[in-house]
Write a protein that binds this ligand. Structure first.
Ligand code: SAH
Length: 487
């Protein structure tokens, strides 16, 4: 197996910086014994204009098989090897990936002690693998690498050049070009995607593989259009591991989805409405409307579900009528920001006893949420994939069952009033859907009917005669009959 990484440069940014990044000096060929063979790093060319590092892996098939057989159930320490032994003599790409991480481990982490300025810099890169086993062919190769910023050349390698009629082999000749990526990113893409393309059956021994995948996938795997395929193939279709990885990736994605964008767009709308008296930002109007609904319901103990960075919790704390306020969010990062905003660590004891922040997912029933007077879902439902919405519905209306539930969500009809929003776009990159007034009401009626609530609607923000308000709000109230029945 053979792989090259090349870069170009000039006198100021010499291509030979690649040697610093890879921790391998262009003048000194490097070899290291791995448990299944030998890895060599050499530089076929190295000057200021062009520098190429080649990683050559000589696989010792005998050692591979012998060591593979030697691994008993008791667990020989040589896990690196045991994991890759399988029904084929060996999974070449996986070995190459393991060699990459072994030989270029600092480079993969983006560490460069000698030149700390280098790892963060994107540079022109070309990666070539003359013979890459690729199940799914050139088409899949493109689907995997192109979203990451690579220009992909993938040509099928004929089974036998003398007999073209035999067709293509399962190998492609791969070349990747980019000017937008760092060496560390390039190595982490290869570390994950080469074995994914090989798709050999490995017998992974532990869930360490999930950690490795998430570590190498940091910054690019969450949100990759082929995330599912990558995860499933990388984890050899062991679905329990795959599910574990998928759930953790979902958490990462949610933690990264910042709601600041919501406020930015809200503020842009306000700027565009251009009334003389500057109206409060929409987010503030929303909190006003929620507070009014909660006060009207007489609630004292309130859940803010999907509380984000804690703006509503902060607002509720100012009103002594609310004796207990619980903010719940799946994102640890959002909760950390909320805790900082509320100055939880410097709060007096009395005040602190009124507020709790909980990490949890609304897609699961959670006993901690039972027994409250009211729950708020402010701009949250649209962050869930539609198929997960029934799970949230059950967790809130079926299990937690507060007397009052206040739900707000964008009204998609209003989007045409926003000049800054291109037609057909949602307001936030993380919104899975945005509803018309009719769609929201249809959903709300069904939920209310199923769980014994009545529902009333209120506009939030300017109620446009044609397209309605920018935010729609539903206030659900548990009906006494059902409450008695449930009790
Ligand atoms: N309620 C806040 C934040 C809205 S942004 C406001 O009105 O400004 C949506 C929030 O829902 C994010 O903080 C996100 O982390 C959270 N969220 C999304 N899916 C969730 C889930 N399944 N469980 C809990 N919180 C979730």
């Amino acid at each position: 197996m053979f792989l090259t990484i090349s870069t170009t440069g000039d006198e100021q940014h010499p291509a030979t910086d690649l040697g610093f990044l890879l921790y391998k000096h262009p003048d000194n060929p490097f070899s290291t014994k791995l448990s299944y063979g030998t890895a060599h790093v050499l530089y076929p060319e190295a000057d200021a204009r062009r520098c190429t590092a080649a990683l050559l892996l000589e696989v010792d098939a005998v050692a591979l098989v012998r060591k593979g057989k030697g691994k008993g159930r008791g667990g020989a320490p040589d896990a690196a090897l045991a994991q890759y032994v399988n029904d084929r003599p060996y999974a070449a790409s996986s070995l190459l990936a393991v060699a990459l991480s072994g030989v270029f481990s600092s480079a993969m982490k983006g560490v460069c002690r000698a030149r700390p300025d280098l790892p963060g810099q994107a540079r022109p890169l070309r990666v070539e693998v003359p013979a890459l086993p690729a199940r799914g062919g050139p088409e899949l190769v493109r689907r995997l690498f192109e979203p990451l910023g690579w220009t992909v050349t993938a040509e099928p390698v004929p089974l036998d050049t003398e007999f073209p009629e035999w067709g293509a082999s399962r190998y492609v000749r791969l070349a990747l070009d980019s000017t937008a990526l760092t060496v560390a990113e390039a190595l982490r893409h290869l570390y994950v995607l080469l074995p994914v393309l090989d798709d050999a059956k490995h017998y992974w021994v532990s869930s360490d593989e999930v950690d490795k995948l998430l570590r190498a996938g940091e910054g690019w795997l969450p949100g990759h259009p082929e995330q599912k395929l990558i995860t499933s193939r990388y984890l050899s279709r062991r679905w329990s591991l795959t599910r574990q990885a998928t759930e953790r990736l979902e958490l990462v994605r949610l933690a990264e989805a910042d709601d600041s964008e919501v406020e930015t767009i809200d503020n842009a709308v306000e700027a565009e409405t251009g009334t003389e008296e500057k109206p409060a930002p929409l987010a503030e109007q929303r909190r006003d409307a929620i507070l009014t609904a909660l006060t009207r319901s007489g609630a004292a103990r309130v859940l803010d579900l999907g509380c984000g960075q804690g703006q509503l919790v902060q607002r509720l704390l100012k009103d002594p009528a609310f004796t207990e306020i619980v903010g719940v969010d799946v994102s640890v990062r959002a909760l950390t920001i909320a805790a900082r905003r509320l100055k939880l660590d410097r709060m007096g004891e009395r005040q602190a006893s009124r507020v709790t922040l909980l990490q949890g997912s609304l897609a699961y029933t959670d006993r901690r949420l039972a027994g409250y007077d009211a729950a708020v879902l402010s701009e949250v439902v649209e962050h869930l994939d539609l198929p997960r919405l029934p799970a949230l519905e059950y967790a809130v209306f079926g299990a937690a069952r507060p007397r009052t539930v206040v739900v707000t969500t964008p009204n998609v009809e209003y989007n045409v009033r926003w000049e800054s929003l291109p037609a057909g776009h949602v307001r936030h990159g993380d919104h899975r859907f945005e509803w018309t007034r009719a769609q929201f009401r249809a959903w709300a009626e069904e939920v209310a009917g199923r769980h014994g609530y009545t529902v009333a609607y209120e506009p939030v923000g300017p109620d446009d005669p044609e397209v309605g308000p920018p935010t729609q709000m539903a206030v659900f109230t548990l009906t006494v009959a059902k409450e008695a029945k449930a009790a």
